[in-house]
Design a protein around this ligand. Sequence first.
Ligand SMILES: Cc1cc2nc3c(=O)[nH]c(=O)nc-3n(C[C@H](O)[C@H](O)[C@H](O)COP(=O)(O)O)c2cc1C
Length: 180
Amino acid sequence: MKIVGISGSLSGYKTMTIVFKVLKAAKSLDPNIETELIDLKDYDVEFVNGAPLSFYNADTVKVVDTIMAADGLIIGTPIYQASISGVLKNLLDHLPVDGLMGKTVGMVATGGTDKHYLVMDYHLRSILTFLKANVAGSNVFVNDKYFDAENDIVDRNILLRFEHLAKEVLSIQQFIQQKS
Ligand SMILES: Cc1cc2nc3c(=O)[nH]c(=O)nc-3n(C[C@H](O)[C@H](O)[C@H](O)COP(=O)(O)O)c2cc1C
């Protein structure tokens, strides 16, 4: 099983950190799984213009192909203007409408205010469901105040929630793969 993490921030490192931590938790739960982290700031994903995927640059094709080949995804977004980041929405726009069918997705987000913790449920979940993903019921929002100067998180409760999310994604995906 391969679980791919997507960090949807081009600016800071908080989103990348939490996606990495959920991937790490998944790997600890099942050392046999393969994980890969795609930090979108490392890739030049072009804006969707309606052309077929093969017309875009190599980075765009690589990121989309990696998502399509994954069994499960951990998708992280910084909250921007009470929604997901534009770069993440643009990436999701590249996927075919059935692109996430059979894949389990876990959502994580970072933000400056707890008032926006439901953005994952109200904005991201609906897009992922449209793309036919099986979206885990739990998700983790991390307020900026929980990151230390090195952008690390030590709060035990948050770390436990990463582990629970990883466990949920793995068990749903294992169930799907056993059934098919
Ligand atoms: C353009 C912009 C808009 C933002 N809008 C919100 C917002 O509406 N709600 C919120 O909680 N945080 C907002 N933030 C704060 C970021 O979500 C937060 O600092 C996040 O942890 C940054 O993640 P990163 O370090 O991965 O880039 C915004 C930040 C930027 C740059």
